[in-house]
Design a protein around this ligand. Sequence first.
Ligand SMILES: [Zn+2]
Length: 186
Amino acid sequence: MNRMLYLLAVLAGVVAGCQPQNKSASTISTMKSNEQSPAAAAANAPKVVKSDEEWRKTLTPEQYRVLRQAGTERAFGAAYEEFKKQGAGTYVCGGCGAELFSSKEKFDSHCGWPSFYDPANAKNVLTRVDSSLGTVRTEVLCAQCGGHLGHVFKGEGFPTPTDQRYCINGVSLKFVPASGSNAVKP
Ligand SMILES: [Zn+2]
């Protein structure tokens, strides 16, 4: 079972990022390779802390792989297809429910993953350097639970106000429709 998860992680890692990155699969690891000073780590300490066992119970296997193991979902997957159909609303963390992005900042980058040009609620979005895959990228995380969301890329020339692309895994987000739109009644 663990071997299966590892293989899935390797396969997913190959498609990480939206630019071609034909790195050897042997360099891919599901572990975070970031190093932080103890002080920085304390300042960024997640407020929602659960044991590995608890996360496994509350998340789907795919959410667990992405949020807790810094995995990457398949490009143009089911979550992305859903994302494209969603109207006005808020995107909250699939792990802890913290508000992360708004539909106002979403845009179609044609890269196969939900894209935003700016976080709706910056205090819930953390970034840090990610030097896995043999390249230096900026990882995007939920500040409340430390869950991995995706990466942010800058200066790609998209016609957005920030020229940033938050490339986010759809499974790490939960969509909350704006009240008055097609909200699901309980
Ligand atoms: Zn979270």
